[in-house]
Design a protein around this ligand. Structure first.
Ligand SMILES: [Zn+2]
Length: 238
């Protein structure tokens, strides 16, 4: 494991590289505070993926938001943001006007447990760490694990390559998750949005599990096989 940067409180944001192929995918978990099942899924998959030779290498960042995860876990409150009260998945530089318009509609104008995008794109160290990683490494495709809803988001307007829908459909088939309909207005600021727009390659948001956040730890064992199948498709072919 190595560090791709530090959180607001100075915690290392860790990553692990698996495989030797130059063709590489990225899986990110723990973006939102209450979504810690995604951290477990990313870690478990990292262990299993390492056991077999593959045509696609993977970089796995199990927890992008360690500070927010700690807040959600220890204070047992609904906290999705980072330590600064900025929602990392609204802080990427993609359709920023839409991010701010959506905040106005929701009455959010300052740091908040969720959905506040920050004063400017990439204002947060966690966002910058992931952006830097994607600029330094040529990822063939990326996938961010969130929860919940058992859905797969794949679309970000005109920049989205045509083949991404087919991959989303395959991932849906093996997991029982649904391919989510594109949302023309409610998007922007997310990691997948930024990645698709910046690189014109596939980026996915996968909503793990079904219920109300935070999903209980007891949901993990039953839900993980779905996520594993899906990640195996994501990582299946270069
Ligand atoms: Zn999330």
């Amino acid at each position: 494991m190595y560090s791709i940067g530090k959180s607001v409180l100075g915690r290392d944001i860790l990553a692990v590289d698996i495989g030797e192929s130059r063709c590489r995918g990225l899986v990110v978990g723990g973006v939102h505070g209450t979504e810690y099942l995604t951290i477990l899924a990313a870690l478990k998959f990292a262990g299993e993926y390492a056991d077999e030779p593959r045509s696609l290498s993977l970089t796995i960042v199990p927890c992008l938001n360690p500070d927010g995860t700690e807040i959600a876990l220890t204070r047992k409150i609904y906290w999705q943001a980072n330590q600064n009260g900025v929602d990392i998945n609204h802080n990427f530089d993609a359709d920023w006007e839409n991010v701010k318009r959506r905040e106005r509609e929701l009455g959010i104008s300052s740091p908040s447990p969720s959905r506040y995008g920050g004063e400017r794109p990439e204002s947060e160290p966690e966002t910058r760490a992931l952006v830097r990683l994607c600029r330094n490494v040529r990822f063939e495709r990326v996938l961010a694990l969130h929860s919940q809803g058992r859905e797969i988001y794949w679309d970000f307007g005109k920049s989205t390559p045509f083949c991404c829908l087919a991959l989303a459909e395959k991932m849906a088939e093996v997991s029982g998750y649904k391919v989510a309909e594109p949302e023309p207005i409610a998007t922007g600021g997310g990691f997948k949005d930024w990645f698709i727009e910046r690189f014109h390659r596939c980026g996915f948001t996968v909503e793990m599990g079904l219920g109300k956040n935070p999903l209980p730890l007891s949901d993990f064992e039953a839900e993980y096989p779905r996520v594993k199948n899906l990640l195996n498709i994501f990582a299946g072919l270069c």
